[in-house]
Design a protein around this ligand. Structure first.
Ligand code: KMH
Ligand code: ZN
Length: 284
């Protein structure tokens, strides 16, 4: 069972600035073009983010996995916010082909997301065939990209353990609990505790060390981020997961969401990791 954190490990704040599902209709400040994404990334970094989880869009807002679009966004982000860790999405939008989802790995980003199972995702199905998961993990290895394991429910975590045992993944694993997607586990505290218990039991039985963070979807974002601060985990915030600052009030920017959790971290005596510190912690 997870214990309350009493050490002084810095907290890594990831900002998922755009995602594949959020829209300008619902969140007018959603960054879409590479220039908007670079501005949003810089503001998020200034507020305390050290990792940018990156999806790209075409100019009309449609989700995209086009290599050139990723390249443009990454170049602009690097120019504006040098040093920030860029984690590209290999999840893409629901329904995207696995070939397209793998494409941005050719740019050899420092990190990439790796999804570990098929699930209902709202009203859609997010398809992740075991063969495709292994192929994506192999491609990440080939390009020296560090995977972040996206875990929406407990079975995904156990699938990650199997891949680690089979040598498809290397430790220490980076686990991101994405809680609150309809089709996955909700963001209730008992779910986070259960997942941490499973992770710690695996680690304690010779599974090796790990890093974990939590991305709460919608109304779960703030309570789960606060719990992660108390429990020694890392945090993901941003418009991909949540467009509100509080009930009925839209956030004005991704940076506003980062600022709040950075402020909470300092109040709770968790230092906010710079990109260099995050790089060391995550063994990048
Ligand atoms: N858009 C979701 C269906 C990831 O980035 O790896 C999947 C997703 C996960 O966003
Ligand atoms: Zn994503």
């Amino acid at each position: 069972m997870a214990k309350y954190f009493s050490g002084s490990d810095p907290v890594i704040i990831t900002c998922a600035i755009t995602g594949a599902e959020a829209s300008r209709d619902k969140q007018p400040a959603l960054p879409i073009t590479p220039k908007e994404q670079a501005d949003a990334a810089l503001a998020a970094v200034k507020a305390g983010a050290s990792v940018i989880h990156l999806h790209v869009r075409e100019d009309d807002g449609k989700p995209s996995q086009r290599l050139e679009r990723f390249q443009e966004a990454i170049e602009l982000i690097r120019k504006k916010a040098p040093g920030v860790i860029i984690q590209i999405s290999t999840g893409g939008a629901v329904g995207e082909s696995i070939e397209n989802r793998a494409k941005p790995l050719e740019l050899k980003p420092e990190m990439a997301s790796l999804n570990l199972g098929t699930m209902n995702f709202g009203d859609d199905v997010f398809y992740n065939h075991p063969r495709d998961i292994v192929a994506l993990a192999a491609k990440m290895k080939e390009h020296g990209v560090v995977p972040e394991l996206e875990v929406y429910e407990a079975g995904h975590l156990e699938s990650g353990f199997r891949l680690l045992k089979q040598g498809v993944l290397r430790g220490p694993i980076n686990v991101q609990f994405v809680l609150g997607v309809p089709g996955g586990m909700s963001g209730e505290p008992a779910n986070l505790f259960h997942l941490l218990g499973v992770l710690e039991a695996f680690s304690g039985s010779g599974g090796g060390s790990f890093h974990w963070g939590v991305a709460g979807v919608g109304r779960y974002q703030l309570p789960l981020a606060t719990q992660a601060l108390l429990l020694g985990g890392h945090i993901r915030v941003g418009f991909e997961d949540n467009i509100f600052y509080r009930k009925g009030e839209l956030a004005t920017s991704n940076a506003q969401l980062v600022e709040r959790v950075a402020r909470l971290a300092r109040e709770l005596d968790r230092e906010v990791a710079t990109p260099e510190v995050a790089r060391k912690l995550l063994c990048l």
